[in-house]
Design a protein around this ligand. Structure first.
Ligand code: PEP
Length: 251
């Protein structure tokens, strides 16, 4: 059966000391009250090695928010998948709409990152989702399918076992607007049908598909109750341990 997952995306927030304090606090809450789902925090690169040393992997996993599209070498400022893995992290977020939009990450670049992340033993939280304009033109299904085809559908079924999909409608990220649970369920079911078409029903049934976009303690229970919503990728509400724990407690 597929995993239920709540993953936090800290984005470019928290200096090292603040990040360490947040990770410690969350780890303490989860050790005291074991979660009914896998919990992941994805932090800026600079936090990874320190946070890896202070969390209990039985209750809390760690991920990066990005990795380079090159293996190693003269790429000033970049951080490779191998480096991420060496910190003790297990996951990496790829395909986030902020990286696609602000850093011009194309499907081809993402494909390189996906391959390098998997080759280095990282699991991938791969984000897909439509803009407001695309939603208004009722293009959400074709946009999501094209994003899968462009960067992850070349993987073998064995590789696919290390991929988690996060459906994140761009119009719901950080805006306070959430997709209704019915809207989210409808497209999650469609995404699962695309996975089934590509890899077969059994693989699709084992694929975790998370919802992301202004998810918080108050709406998580309704979203997570839907049969095709296997958890959430959480931005803003992952920056405070008590807020994030409330979402985890929806399971
Ligand atoms: C995100 O960017 O992954 C996200 C879901 O952000 P927020 O929860 O703040 O909308």
């Amino acid at each position: 059966m597929r995993k239920k997952i709540v993953a936090g995306n800290w984005k470019m927030n928290k200096n090292l000391q603040e990040g360490v304090a947040l990770a410690k606090e969350l780890n303490g809450l989860l050790v005291a009250d074991k979660p009914n789902c896998e919990v992941v925090i994805c932090t800026p690169f600079i936090h990874l090695a320190t946070v890896a040393g202070l969390i209990n992997n039985e209750v809390l996993q760690l991920g990066a928010e990005n990795c380079a599209d090159k293996a190693s070498g003269a790429y000033t400022g970049e951080v490779s998948a191998e480096m991420v893995k060496s910190t003790g992290a297990q996951y990496v977020i790829l395909g986030h709409s902020e990286r696609r939009e602000y850093y011009n990450e194309t499907p081809e670049i993402l494909k390189e990152k996906v391959d390098l992340a998997l080759a280095n033993g990282l699991k991938i939280l791969f984000c897909i989702g439509e803009s407001l304009e695309q939603r208004e033109a009722n293009q959400q299904n074709e946009v999501c399918k094209a994003e899968l085809e462009g960067s992850v559908f070349h993987l073998t079924p064995e590789q696919w076992a290390n991929v988690v999909i996060a459906y994140e409608p761009i119009w719901a990220i950080g805006t306070g607007k959430t997709a209704t649970s019915d809207q989210a369920e409808e497209i999650h079911a469609f995404i699962r049908s695309c996975v089934a078409e590509k890899y077969g029903q059994e693989v699709a049934d084992n694929t975790s598909i998370l919802y992301g976009g202004s998810c918080k303690g108050s709406n998580a229970p309704e979203l997570f109750a839907k049969p095709n919503i296997d958890g959430g990728l959480i931005g803003g509400a992952s920056l405070k341990a008590s807020d994030f724990k409330e979402i985890i407690d929806a399971f």
